[in-house]
Design a binder for this molecule. Sequence first.
Ligand code: PRX
Length: 651
Amino acid sequence: MEHKLFYPNKELSANAAVKNMNEYNKLQNFAKNDYEGFWDSFAKDKITWKKPYTKGLDDSNMPFAKWFEGGELNVSEQCIDRHLEKNGEKTAILFEGELGDIQKITYNELSRRVNKTANLLKNRYGITKGDRVVIYMPMIPEAAYMMLACARIGAIHSIVFGGFSSDAIRDRIMNAKAKLVITADGAYRKGKPYMLKPAVDEALAKGGCDSIEKVLIVKRNNQEMTLVDGRDEIYNDLIDSMSEDNEAEVMQSEDPLFLLYTSGSTGKPKGVQHNTAGYILWAQMTMEWVFDIKPADIYWCTADVGWITGHTYIVYGPLAAGATTVMYEGIPLFPDAGRWWKMIQDHKITQFYTAPTAIRMLHKIGDDEPKKYDLSSLRILGTVGEPINPEAWDWYHNKIGGGTCPIVDTWWQTETGGHMISPLPGATPIQAGCATLPIPGIMAEVIDEDGTPTPVGEKGLLCITRPWPSMIRGVWGDPERFKKSYFGDCKKDGKPVYFSGDGAMVDEKGYITITGRTDDVMNVSGHRIGSAEVEASIGNADFVAESAVISQPHDVKGESLTAFVILNLHDHGAYEDMAKEINKIIRTEVGAFSMCDRFIFVPGLPKTRSGKIMRRILRLIATDEEITQDISTLEDPSVVKAIIEATKEQS
Ligand code: PRX
């Protein structure tokens, strides 16, 4: 099929870091021919090294790659201190609260706040290099101070998204043996205060979190909360007396910077580890290449700091690039569906980066809201986290971007640390719904298990065949799981390569279109959800014998969850009540965003003789599609008919 291409506008190209496809090709050829030389040419200048590195890449012990060994730096200095001389009074963080309160935090102010926080963590709580700190915070500037203060003293932060439940907090504390939890009383959502701190109390009350010594609480909504004597302390009461001076810890290039837990196809979430130099280098470079960040820009990424997008593209990337990064506390629908567009107008946002789910939701509401506002400050739009359908793309392009802003459809993952495949706005002709080309330096390829490139137009496995600087360095505490999860499926030239878990297709131009996960990981509203996690939770309902969760297409959320459930009793209550009960359990054990939209109670599940659930068959049944594949090899082929009947009866 012929796809329309949108070419970059001349003005943007003239000033972009990568100005045209010739420059793109030159860079990518440089990387292909001299991989280490390519990275060296950027790393030596872009990072303010305390001590230069002696080796670019050490890939002698793959998959455990090491970058920039011998180098010393500190990420908080890269993000703050080095900007102070020239840009101390520039706004670093532009915060807008849901109720309309605004804070403009300059780089000077950010430096003071982060140093004070670093002193508090170090001097009062004895947090030192290598200690793990769990952060469970709303979208307020203090979340960024905490991250940067950890980076400054060499502590490893592990942020738990505020939508996660107390069980998820507890699991993450226990897995990382964290010493301190930092949280807030709560924040504001839909115009009302909501609470976060009680979830931390619950997590700790469940036991097993003996590594935690203290809980530090930021006051945001000033609602009443109970404090545990000797354990809980209020940040706002302690911070003023701290010194503004703090000597940043000297970090080695490969010292860990943070952990971020993410769902895989099996088992509990994995603690994805990112290290210091490579991560910050790529965070900064992609800000320059993909977002074309310029000194006067006001850049806004609407993600939450609890996800990788918030880590790399609200905090670390923009600040390393010396940009102004906007942070918004609340939801896009408060007080009405024009909130985001009003913010773009009020703050003269130049780059706007969001998820297709949000675009679909706002598109559905209609054109009237964006029409009310002047969106002409926008230069570049971005999407992340899931595929964007052509209708939503068109609306975003025309109604938000005025038909002139390029849309960078960025493909990447928690594990990749930063963008991997994306248009470069001054160079790449864009195509709706397509992530286009690997960013220079990234060897993203669509291949089969043995490394043979997949023919044009056919689905293959999306792999990254050379280590890159911001690559996952490990799964916390589990090197074997790291190898098996990411390097167990695909080989190139006989050597294991990184497999993303995504399928993809290449067209005749070399453009890559993501076709979705090839494993049991699901994507609801851009949130990554593992079927194993949800099924484990469903299994905790005492009337459930077994379940299988799949996702089916949803017009706003992209995908929504459907659970096929086998009951362990004959005398059961109404299906509706059981569905409610199960969702309640999911909400408390995982988080509300993992609740299922649909339940189908079935007598059995389609399993292979080795006991593997054939989710593909369930997906077809859920969407009422014909099953063409051979089911005779199933342990009990008749079960398929029974599931189809149950599905029909219950819809
Ligand atoms: O399936 C891909 C999808 O999101 C997954 C990664 O999820 P997570 O680690 O939570 O990170 C999300 C934010 C980077 C991928 O394996 N995904 C991400 N970006 C895109 C995408 N699917 C299609 N198009 C994208 N641009």
